[in-house]
Ligand binder design. Structure first.
Ligand code: ZN
Length: 468
C-alpha cells in the first residue's frame, strides 16, 4: 500500500484558510515518515511466539547441516550491526541473532523469529558496511513481515493432502504442521523460498530500516547491482534461488528512498570496522569443499538418513504403546504420530512435507454397515483405497496377509509409490480393528533402502501393545 496521495484531487476545492491549515500540518509532520510505503505482515495462523519456536528448531538443524564459521569476532560484529538495524524493525521484537556461514557463495537467509545467516561471500563481496547492512536489513524485513510463516499459512490453507501423511492422517492440525516444518532444514523450502512480492516488501522495509539507522539506503540497490553483474558473468549467486529477483528492483528501492526525502542527513556508508572484518574474512582459510547436501533449499538436497539405531525409546498415548529407534523423533498430531529419522521428512518438491523414511501411526475411520459393523478385511481394504486416493501413483504390490499385532488379529499389505526423494518407495501397512477404529501403521522407505529399515519396522510393529 502506498500512502501520501489520498485527497490530492480534492485539495483545490478547499477554502483558502483551510488549505493553509492543511499546509501547516504537513510541515509539522515528520518529513521522513511522510511518504514511506506502509508495510505490515500478511495473514498468519501462527503466533509470533510460534515463529520463534519454529525458527529455533529449524535453526538448530540448519547449523548442523551448514558449514558454520563459528568465529566470535565476525559473529559479534554481525550482531552489533544487526541488532542496531533490528531495533528499527516494526512490529514484534524478535530475539534476533546473526551468524556467519563459511561459504563463499553470495547468499543470506532468515528463519522465522529472527535467526539470520550471512554467508561469508556477502562480506567478501560487499564494498561497504551500508551494502552489508542492506542485505541484513532485507533479511530482517522478511522476519518482521513474517514471510516464512505467512507462506506456511497460505500453504496450509490450500493444503491438498500432505502426500501420505495428510491423506492417511486425515485432519492435519496446525501443531502437526509446525512439527513437520520444524522437522528439519531440508524440509523447509516453504519457509525460505519467497515470492517476488515478499522480496519487494523486504527490499522496501530494508531501505526504511537503513534510513532509520542512518545508513545510506542506497546500499541495497548497490548490492543488487553487484548480484546482477555476477549473474551476467555466468555465476548466478545462490541468493537468487531463495530470493527471486522482483522486476525493477533497483528502481523500486530508489523510488522509496526518494519518497523518504533522499538519503538521511549525515548518513553512514562505511566503517573502518567493516573494512577490517572484510580483510580478516578474506584472509581466512578457504571453506571446506561442500557436497550438495548443504544447500538450504530444494527437495532433493537433504542427506539420506543414517541407519536406524537398535536402541529404542517408547512412544505411548491413550491408544497404543510401541518402541522406535532412539535416533528417530516422534511428531504427534492428536492421537496420530509419525516417527522418523533426521531427514526422513522432506519437501515433496511442491513445498509440502512428505514422509520419505519413517512410520506413521494413526486411526482410520472405516465406513460401517447400517448396524455400525465392519469386518477387518473390509476396513483394511478401505484404508488401502484411501491411501491410493491420496497418493495417485501408489499401487498395492502385495495383497493382504493375516498377521498378529499387539496380541490382536491384523492384516498386512505392501504398496509401492513414487518416493518424494526420487525413485520408488515401499509402504508396508499393518492394521487391526480396535474400539477407536482401524488402527494402522504405515512404514515407509525408498525401495532401494527398504532393507536397511525393514528390521526397525518389524521391531516397531512387534513391540506394539494396546493398553486398553
Ligand atoms: Zn529476500
Amino acid at each position: 500500500m502506498i500512502g501520501g496521495k489520498v485527497g490530492r484531487a480534492t485539495s483545490h476545492t478547499i477554502r483558502p484558510a483551510v488549505a493553509l491549515l492543511a499546509m501547516a500540518s504537513l510541515v509539522l509532520a515528520p518529513v521522513a515518515q511522510a511518504e514511506r510505503t506502509r508495510l505490515k505482515p500478511g495473514w498468519n495462523l501462527f503466533s509470533p511466539a510460534q515463529d520463534v519456536e519454529l525458527g529455533r528448531r529449524v535453526a538448530t538443524d540448519a547449523e548442523r547441516q551448514l558449514p558454520m564459521l563459528n568465529d566470535r569476532r565476525v559473529d559479534d560484529y554481525l550482531n552489533r550491526v544487526g541488532k542496531r538495524l533490528a531495533a528499527k524493525a516494526p512490529g514484534e521484537a524478535y530475539p534476533y541473532q546473526f551468524k556467519i556461514v563459511n561459504d563463499r557463495t553470495i547468499n543470506a537467509f532468515a528463519l522465522p523469529g529472527g535467526f539470520v545467516y550471512i554467508h561469508r561471500g556477502i562480506i567478501e563481496a560487499a564494498d561497504s558496511e551500508a551494502q552489508l547492512a542492506g542485505v541484513m536489513a532485507h533479511e530482517i524485513g522478511h522476519v518482521a513481515l513474517r514471510h516464512g510463516t505467512n507462506q506456511a499459512t497460505k500453504q496450509y490453507a490450500a493444503q491438498v493432502p500432505l502426500a501420505i501423511l495428510g491423506g492417511a492422517l486425515g485432519g492435519n492440525s496446525l501443531g502437526g504442521l509446525l512439527a513437520q516444518l520444524g522437522a528439519g532444514f531440508a524440509a523447509n523450502s516453504i519457509l525460505l523460498k519467497y515470492s517476488r512480492d515478499a522480496e519487494r516488501q523486504a527490499d522496501l522495509l530494508g531501505a526504511q530500516i537503513l534510513y532509520d539507522t542512518n545508513y545510506d539506503p542506497r546500499g541495497i540497490p548497490q548490492f543488487f547491482e553487484k548480484i546482477q553483474n555476477e549473474s551476467k558473468a555466468g555465476r548466478p549467486p545462490q541468493w537468487l534461488s531463495s530470493h527471486p529477483n522482483p522486476e525493477n528492483r533497483e528502481e523500486l528501492v530508489n523510488t522509496e528512498i526518494e519518497r523518504m526525502g533522499g538519503p538521511p542527513r549525515n548518513y553512514k556508508s562505511d566503517s573502518a570496522e567493516f573494512q577490517e572484518i572484510k580483510r580478516y574474512v578474506l584472509a581466512l582459510p578457504a571453506p571446506p569443499k561442500q557436497g550438495q547436501g548443504t544447500r538450504p533449499t530444494g527437495g532433493d538436497t537433504g542427506s539420506r538418513p543414517g541407519a536406524p539405531s537398535t536402541r529404542t525409546q517408547s512412544f505411548r498415548n491413550e491408544i497404543v504403546r510401541f518402541e522406535y529407534p532412539d535416533n528417530w523423533r516422534a511428531y504427534t498430531q492428536g492421537n496420530a504420530a509419525t516417527v522418523a529419522p533426521q531427514n526422513g521428512i522432506v519437501d515433496n518438491g511442491n513445498g509440502r512435507a512428505a514422509v520419505a523414511y519413517g512410520v506413521i501411526f494413526s486411526v482410520f475411520e472405516p465406513q460401517t454397515d447400517r448396524r455400525g459393523q465392519v469386518t477387518l478385511e473390509d476396513a483394511h481394504e478401505q484404508l488401502l483405497q484411501d491411501i491410493q486416493r491420496n497418493n495417485p501413483r501408489a499401487r498395492v504390490s502385495r495383497q493382504s496377509v493375516r498377521v498378529r499385532i499387539g496380541g490382536e488379529g491384523g492384516l498386512s499389505s505392501t504398496l509401492v509409490n513414487d518416493s518424494p526423494v526420487g525413485g520408488r518407495e515401499m509402504i508396508w501397512v499393518v492394521s487391526t480393528l480396535r474400539p477407536e477404529g482401524l488402527v494402522f501403521f504405515a512404514c515407509v522407505a525408498p525401495e532401494n533402502d527398504f532393507d536397511t529399515f525393514d528390521r526397525a519396522f518389524q521391531a516397531l510393529v512387534d513391540s506394539v501393545r494396546f493398553p486398553r
